[in-house]
Design a protein. Structure first.
Length: 354
């Protein structure tokens, strides 16, 4: 199917896209078109990447911050200091990318939804990429979540106007991930418990529990700041079916009855020893399904302390999991698989030992 940009109204995103489209002559149609129609057009578009990508500039965060966030989300908050102490020396805290220094520099705790280590946004992707990704999401969204779920500019999220609908990478990724998962698991039909490992500020927890009324959602993370922020954020969003579990409690009081573990863009930022530790926990908890999202460019590779990458598919298999499906974020839209907003492959595994 070929999606055309609707007539431009006044919103900044559409104006920017209109300018870009004028330069690129129907690029959006090319991005979303079926392969048979696309091939000739793509080969003629030598500069397509430059229209979808930015030069790495990070915007100064802006947006709405609730008054209590200024006093609560601080470095010397007692809860955060306690979590830091409790996580010290834990086997999952053998960090490569998420060292305390990089967290300190990379994340402004009040603007945790800004373009940062949790979610890259406009530093890498142009308005055209956001627009094309929104159009793609609208096409494949079988549950109508893009209309149901609401976006705002709280905590620095970069928000774009898509024909009157506020969208962001937070919203678009969550809608796409929910739709992919719902192909395999009856998310809206029966109570399902999800454990999100490396759940960040609680993006997917918030979105999925707003989308599916029967889900129970548990967040766990090996970075104290992530646990601290997600505790605050999920309470702020009144996401009552979400529980943040501090890392040390996962082993003290193992969770029972988890149906699905998810790990989105987290294992590729961990050392293989930390991944192995998490997989042992999933085996102990007898979690039947595992869903792993990785940047297309990284695949199932860990990041070791010296920067080397190591394949971790073998470790997943050793823990008894077998691949059931691999789904690309931009399935059926090859140009977006290269140029869309953070191209990702999702691997769904099924535990074979239970
Ligand atoms: C790129 S962020 C993705 C966050 C979230 N999954 C999302 O998609 O919005 C990577 C996440 O991995 C977490 N993380 C880093 N090292 C970890 C480890 N060793 N074990 C578990 N989580 C880790 C970080 O705290 C962060 O929440």
């Amino acid at each position: 199917m070929c999606v055309q940009a609707a007539p431009s109204r006044t919103a900044p995103l559409r104006q920017s896209v209109k300018r870009t489209l004028a330069a690129g002559q129907g690029l959006l149609s090319v991005a979303l078109a079926k392969a048979a129609n696309r091939h000739g057009a793509i080969t003629a578009l030598a500069r397509i990447s430059s229209l979808f990508r930015h030069d790495g500039r990070i915007k100064r965060p802006s947006g709405t911050i609730p008054a209590d966030a200024f006093s609560y989300l601080t470095n010397n908050n007692e809860r955060l200091r306690d979590l830091r102490l409790r996580y010290q020396g834990h086997p999952a805290c053998n960090h490569s990318q998420w060292s305390p220094a990089s967290v300190m520099h990379g994340i402004d705790m009040r603007y945790f939804r800004a373009d940062n280590m949790y979610l890259y946004q406009s530093r890498r992707y142009s308005p055209l990429s956001f627009y094309a990704t929104s159009a793609f999401t609208k096409q494949v969204d079988r549950h109508g979540l893009i209309d149901l779920l609401v976006e705002d500019d709280y905590f620095g999220a970069e928000v774009f106007d898509f024909h009157g609908k506020a969208v962001s990478r937070d919203l678009l990724d969550s809608v796409l991930e929910s739709n992919i998962l719902s192909r395999f698991l009856p998310l809206d039909a029966r109570p399902i418990s999800i454990l999100d490992i490396g759940s960040g500020y609680g993006r997917l927890a918030h979105r999925m529990t707003m989308a599916f009324a029967k889900l129970q959602y548990y967040c766990v993370d090996a970075i104290p700041e992530s646990t601290f922020i997600s505790e605050y954020y999920l309470k702020f969003r009144r996401a009552d079916r979400c529980t943040c579990v501090p890392l040390d409690e996962i082993t003290k009081t193992p969770l029972r009855g988890i149906d699905l573990a998810v790990n989105i863009h987290s294992f590729p930022e961990c050392q293989s020893s930390a991944i192995a530790w998490w997989l042992d926990q999933l085996k102990l908890m007898a979690v039947p399904w595992l869903f792993v999202g990785v940047a297309k460019s990284l695949g199932l590779t860990s990041r070791e302390r010296d920067g080397r990458r190591q394949d971790f598919l073998g470790r997943i298999e050793q823990a008894g999991y077998r691949i059931k499906a691999i789904v690309s974020k931009f399935e059926g839209a090859p140009v977006l698989q290269k140029e869309g907003l953070y191209p990702t492959d999702y691997y769904l595994f099924r535990q074979s030992l239970v």
